[in-house]
Design a binder for this molecule. Structure first.
Ligand code: ING
Length: 312
């Protein structure tokens, strides 16, 4: 008996800077219902799925974007999504901007977070984005900014994985997908399904030659991560032209073989689905990528101990 999990990737089109959360949540619920109709048990939503991608704008005060942050998850605006998910018996992952309660020092922290919710509406866990791209200071000469490093702290937590939905599930966010460590950190924990939301502008100001390769790099990184760790990977976009910024769509579901088994064909709200055979993971984890048998951390450490290039 194989462990099959019906999964969905709920791609979102643009969210306007003044779009009320209630309107966005209705869009999310519509996609969740489509997932339920398609037999999905788990639906992944994108990074920062409740609001526009606000790090594209500079504010003098870091708190200037706090109205885009959630102080609780679920909170009043998102409770309807949790309630409908429980009614439908469909779990989900949801990216959002997290503003924490003041800590012992009275400091509040801001993270680019994702919550994982089981089919009964209970919170399984929360992930905070590890690799924060972009820049910290105002760069008004850019056609649009990427100030994630001004508005989000880097996660102190690393990459947890959870036993849920009949397998081992992990989370990552956007720029995390470009770093091989992301997948291997979870691969070493036996992950079988990684859910990754992203907001990726096509134009990359530091090197515009990458613009035309955004779609290639998007799939390249996730397909490699899936194959090299024997895991399913779901990449789900907020795409389309949002507040004048063209962002990559091309959401996809990738098998442990690295093959794309489902891909979005629009740049708007679109659900794609697949039946993930979680036991397919073993065909890679117990052969080519049997870490215990073939991986060599003892050697890797020795190379780094040489401290750089060996000169003639
Ligand atoms: N966005 C982008 C990402 O890593 C980026 C940042 C844009 C990197 C374009 C390279 C090119 O997909 C987020 N939100 O991390």
């Amino acid at each position: 008996m194989t462990r099959e999990l019906r999964i969905g990737a709920a791609q979102l089109g643009p969210i306007g800077k003044d779009e009320p959360r209630a309107v966005v949540v209705e869009r999310l619920i519509a996609l969740l219902r489509q997932g339920a109709d398609a037999g999905c048990e788990l639906v992944a939503f994108p990074e920062l799925a409740l609001t526009t991608f606000f790090p594209r704008w500079y504010t003098q005060d870091v708190a200037g974007h706090d109205h885009y942050f959630e102080k609780a998850m679920p909170g009043p605006d998102t409770q309807p999504l949790f309630d409908e998910a429980a009614r439908l018996g469909v779990g989900f992952s949801l990216g959002y901007a997290e503003l924490t309660e003041p800590d012992a020092c009275g400091d509040q922290h801001r993270y680019n977070a994702t919550v994982l919710v089981e089919r009964d509406g209970s919170v399984v866990g929360k992930f905070r984005k590890v690799h924060i791209p972009g820049h910290e200071a105002d760069e008004p000469s850019r056609p649009f900014q990427h100030l994630e490093r001004r508005y989000f702290e880097e996660s102190p937590d690393g990459f947890p994985v959870w036993r849920c939905f009949g397998g081992i599930v992990g989370l990552a966010t956007c720029n995390d997908r470009r770093w091989p460590e992301t997948y291997r950190e979870m691969g070493l924990q036996g992950v079988e399904l990684i859910l990754i939301g992203y907001n990726t502008p096509i134009h990359y100001a530091p090197d515009p030659s990458q613009n035309e390769l955004q779609g290639f790099h998007n799939h390249l990184t996730m397909q490699a991560g899936a194959y090299q760790n024997g895991t399913w990977v779901v990449g789900v976009a907020k795409g389309g032209t949002e507040e004048g910024v063209e962002s990559l769509a091309e959401s996809c579901i990738i098998a442990p073989s690295g093959q794309i088994v489902a891909q979005a064909v629009t740049t708007g709200d679109e659900l794609i689905t697949a039946t993930a055979d979680l036991d397919w993971c073993k065909q890679y984890k117990e052969t080519l990528f049997d870490f215990a048998r073939y991986r060599r951390p003892d050697v890797y450490q020795r190379i780094t101990s040489q401290k750089g290039v060996i000169e003639p």
